[in-house]
Design a protein around this ligand. Sequence first.
Ligand code: CP3
Length: 358
Amino acid sequence: MSLSAEHPLVDGRTTRSPLVRALRGDRPERTPVWFMRQAGRSLPEYRELRVSTKMLDACLDPALASEITLQPVRRHGVDAAVFFSDIVVPVLLAGVGVEIVPGRGPVIDEPIRTASDVLKLRPIDPAALDPIRAAVKLTVAELGETPLIGFAGAPFTLASYLVEGGPSKDQGRARALMYSDPHAWATLLNWCADVSGEFLRAQVESGASAVQLFDSWVGSLSRRDYQRRVAPHSERAFSHLRGIADADDRTVPKIHFGLGGGEFLDVMRDIGADAIGVDWRIPLDEANRRLGGTTPLQGNIDSALLAASWSTLRSHVDDVIDRGRDAPAHVVNLGHGVPPETDPDVLTRIVRVVHGEE
Ligand code: CP3
């Protein structure tokens, strides 16, 4: 299936953007930069819009979700928008009771702990994704030449929330299920891959120019478990985009980010990613070495330093840019998300530094 004639990667609006070029392995004149969690509580204009609306209600209101997505682009001049939503949105749309509790994260009404719980999970009805399609279309119409990045949670991270019932320290219950009932585990991860995969596909078909798969909890896994019991399911999530390409057969660039995934960056790449997001724990020159020097990298400013003095942060940003020069291409980002207490002016200043304006 090909992308529609109005898609920004087909009509050419975003094809030459620094982000898309870098993700395809090129070094554009301007190094692209965006921030994970750039839309959100660090922005006063976001806090104002969200006062009377719950997080997941905001995600399903196309006009509100679109406006929140655009806020950081207007304010910081970043090279991409990232769709305002959440990794648990497709889980909710597939009928699972979930809420996002402020200061805590997603909490599941009835955790999925047994084979019979897994069998009750239903596939996502394509019509349920209509608010997502509408929000993406509104956003892309406003963005012009700035690409929109769509995203989804990777199966392991989603399954961890479903099994644990909420955020957890080391995903112990989820990892126990992986060994005690490998069949239920595989069924659960396939279900997660399919809801996330359909969520990705809806965003791409509606106009996203790149996607990112977030695996925020893989840091609790060994390389062996990741390779055998998790990675095939992440591959399945990406496979929902198979066959989606422009007339020249160019696919939509896929970024894969795993927090604490430094021991298996190559596995994360080999399941079908075009670029690898690196957290702050591994310098980019070392990540590039581990990947054999062939993969575009994204990252990896330490979010903790956003609260340090400007001169400390500035030398860190310069170091990240320097170490990124070994890789075939570099998209500057943080090593994880923007902390809510971040001074937004600091983010704007980083964008200026990356763009060579300061
Ligand atoms: O700007 C962006 O990056 C786009 C939007 C985005 C959100 N969540 C919005 C959000 C993205 C990409 C996510 C992904 C997400 N959600 C991940 C993967 C990335 C990561 O940070 O590791 C995870 C693990 C979640 C689950 C989740 N949702 C958590 C842990 C939280 C924080 C809870 C809290 O209050 O601290 C959320 C809520 C959430 N998702 C907020 C935002 C802007 C904050 C909600 C609020 O404003 O109250």
